[in-house]
Design a protein around this ligand. Structure first.
Ligand code: ATP
Length: 381
């Protein structure tokens, strides 16, 4: 279950709901290079929104513009209905947590957390109360007298988070917040981050290049490439209905077949493969012309693999030879080479314990691949 499945409300579907953060036509140029290209984005209160993209796509630059560390070349940004373009960074209702955490090495955990409030001139008793509350929330109580070098990576990450949250920002911006943690700790910390965000109801924007992290954390994801958002949606929408080959491959993996539409009805589309004439049946109609060149994507986990030939010939059937098997513990990955040379990937859960290393399907076996009409996605570009 992803995060969006748990949300009772999806304000982005409500035409009456006002966005909390509004980014309108924002562009950032460095000389003649455009790092962020005319971006529009609406984010609603309480969302944990991930901007996901490869290195250099412009996601940090956009985040830094919201924080006030970078000035847009054009466009406007609003938080809670107020335009923030001319508001200096320190007066914006946002706080930023950096990847490096930027903790003060000579200060204890509690002094690091209290520093921002002290600098803002908040009363001593109020500082004590807020620091204690936040230390309890991020479970750092037993470490509050330690200095950063006496903490693990995960604990340092929590200090940085506490320091950002103690100022009670309306919006918290996090740039690769879990980047410095190893895989196990990253997974554990993802859940802590989600819990804290849910408890406080603060709107989070997370920048990450890690698609699994984005899938786990987000209420919604926007995928960025070359300074533009190319698809925005809930994790389920992005995974199940990618709208381009780039997204299908960037979020998870996909087997992609090129073909053209030979039938387009209200309730189905039939696509013929360009390479070998195989047929793909998809269980919904499309607003597309017959003969249009398109691609069909089928996720590796949606394909069934069997040594038994299907009783009837039909669409959504391929035949090939097992070329490679990768045993990953909870899953096995099969690579099947079709007669036309194309390799198709299939992922299969290992539900039955196998100690002998034997697989029901083995190297060089002839196998039949099938999938449900609802499992394939048509991509137009
Ligand atoms: P990464 O995950 O590697 O940090 P990113 O998507 O966050 O990547 P940005 O830091 O936003 O990428 O940078 C986007 C592009 O803008 C990059 O090509 C970068 O080299 C360029 N860029 C960023 N800051 C500046 C700057 N101050 N001057 C010139 N070019 C810059």
């Amino acid at each position: 279950m992803t995060r969006d499945d748990k949300l009772d409300q999806r304000p982005w579907l409500d035409p009456e709901a006002a966005p909390y953060i509004k980014i309108q036509g924002i562009t950032k140029r460095f000389g003649d290079f455009t790092a962020v290209d005319n971006v529009d984005m609406d984010i609603y209160k309480g969302e944990l929104f991930c901007w996901l993209g490869g290195s250099g796509c412009g996601k940090s630059t956009l985040l830094r513009m919201l924080a006030g560390f970078e000035t847009p070349s054009s466009g406007k940004m609003f938080i809670d209905g107020v335009e923030i373009n001319d508001i200096p960074a320190y007066e914006r209702p946002v706080n930023m947590m950096f990847q490096s955490y930027a903790l003060f090495p000579h200060m204890t955990v509690e002094k690091n957390i209290a520093y921002g409030l002290l600098r803002d001139g908040v009363e001593k008793s109020e500082i004590r109360k807020r620091v204690d509350e936040i230390i309890e929330m991020v479970e750092l109580g037993q470490f509050n007298k330690r200095k950063p070098h006496q903490l693990s990576g995960g604990q340092r990450q929590r200090v940085a988070l506490a320091r950002a949250l103690v100022k009670q920002p309306k919006v918290l911006l996090l740039d690769e917040p879990l980047g410095a943690l190893d895989k196990r700790l990253r997974e554990q910390t993802q859940y802590e981050l989600m819990n804290i965000q849910e408890q406080l109801g603060v709107t989070f924007i997370v920048v990450t290049h890690d698609q699994e992290e984005a899938m786990t954390l987000s209420t919604r994801i926007a995928v960025m490439e070359k300074g533009k958002f190319i698809q925005t949606g809930t994790p389920t929408e992005i995974y199940e209905t990618p709208d381009s080959r780039f997204i299908a491959n960037f979020i998870g993996s996909a087997n992609i077949f090129q073909g053209h539409v030979i039938e387009n009805d209200k309730d189905h589309v039939l696509v013929k493969s360009r390479r070998d004439g195989s047929l793909f049946y998809i269980d919904h109609g499309l607003d597309i012309q017959e003969n249009a060149k398109i691609w069909v994507a089928v996720r590796p986990e949606k394909i069934k693999i069997s040594k038994t030939k299907p009783s009837q010939a039909g669409p959504n059937q391929l035949v090939g030879k097992v070329h490679d098997i990768g045993y990953l513990g909870k899953l096995s990955n099969y690579k099947v080479k079709l007669n036309n040379g194309k390799i198709v990937e299939i992922t299969y859960p290992n539900q039955v314990r196998s100690t002998s290393g034997e697989h029901a399907v083995d190297w060089d076996d002839q196998v039949y691949l099938t999938w449900e009409p609802s499992s394939a996605v048509v991509l137009r570009h």
